[in-house]
Design a protein around this ligand. Sequence first.
Ligand SMILES: [Zn+2]
Length: 225
Amino acid sequence: MSDTRLREEICRYGRSLFERGLTPGSSGNISMRLDDGGWLVTPTNASLGFLDPGRISRLDAGGRLVSGDKPTKEIPLHSALYELRGSARAIVHLHSTHAVALTMLPEIDPRAALPPMTPYYLMRAGETALVPYYRPGDPAVADAIRGLAGKYASVLLANHGPVVAGDSLEAAVFATEELEETAKLYLLLRNLNPRYLSPQQVLDLASTFKLDLPSLDDHEGHDHG
Ligand SMILES: [Zn+2]
């Protein structure tokens, strides 16, 4: 895909996310990794609803600004996840309400922030990790993401929002939407004793759709040494 097409794609998905209320004001950012190792990333203080393709920040492989506006200060989030997820081509970070709410609940498991509620959550977002709170732009968040060893494509930042990597921008956007909707379901059903997918149903999905779920890796490692 040409540089121009990629820029247009970032603007189109950004507008769609913003217009559906999935990230307010100038919050949230989107990046795409390019064939030369450089990236396109949304500028600092830019609303995802009103991006200008010509002003998107173009960085080289070393993270230096080549053209466009100053990039988002949340670059450390993106670079850490790209570093660990070799196949990732795009990352979406939002301040979406239900996912942010989820991060503040006391019972959340940092290695499985959501239970297996629906097949499409597992198929699009996989499992989700939760990392502690860091001030926006604090480079220490990158170390917290590195601590997950690249097992998770979906990460929640406590009191802040989701960061999701995908093999394409469409995949990253769809995964972020599934994460947000699943967080909403969790909040709707919390304390109502809902029936989640059974371990057998999760295994069936994982084997049928070749899902890379960290909880199953741990299980295999335990069984087979
Ligand atoms: Zn943010």
